[in-house]
Design a protein around this ligand. Structure first.
Ligand code: HEM
Length: 123
């Protein structure tokens, strides 16, 4: 499930950049945008699945908080993908969407890889 999670957000990042540039250059990227929107559900579904599947009984509360921040930022990121692509489609200035996009992705990569997958909570 983690592999599917990683695959889906890697694909989504590549597609979002492709769609954003495509709209800017007046290309027809409607199908790519549609696939990107489908990926939001895969990212959300796999992320929630991983979390629900974890043993949480003995999880320290600071770790629980990190998971909540990770998931909250992950959900916000799905909205930022749309903000990024639609801003480009509407020919708005891209500085703010690009900045938020980059900061959120970096924060998610940091948090995601920092979180202890397969951590032994009973040790
Ligand atoms: C575009 C958005 C997202 C990005 C870039 C992202 C990135 C990541 C990364 C880098 C990891 C670590 C994978 C590993 O340790 O091998 C991860 C794991 C995880 N993600 Fe996401 N994620 C996103 C969205 C979400 C969403 C929406 C949720 C849930 C609502 C979520 C929940 C999780 C959970 C529970 C883990 C397991 C963390 C662990 O125990 O190591 N993610 N994600």
């Amino acid at each position: 499930m983690v592999h599917l999670h990683i695959t889906s957000w890697v694909l989504a990042i590549i597609l979002a950049l492709y769609v954003g540039h495509g709209y800017k250059n007046g290309q027809n990227v409607k199908v790519a945008h549609m696939i990107l929107r489908l990926l939001y559900f895969v990212i959300l579904g796999t992320g929630l699945y991983i979390f629900i599947d974890l043993p949480k009984d003995n999880m320290p509360s600071d770790l629980k908080m990190l998971y909540n921040i990770k998931m909250g930022l992950g959900i916000i990121m799905l909205g930022v993908f749309e903000y990024f692509t639609v801003s480009s489609k509407k020919k708005r200035k891209m500085l703010v969407p690009v900045t938020i996009f980059t900061i959120l992705i970096l924060a998610l990569l940091y948090l995601g890889f920092r979180l202890p997958l397969n951590f032994d909570f009973f040790a």
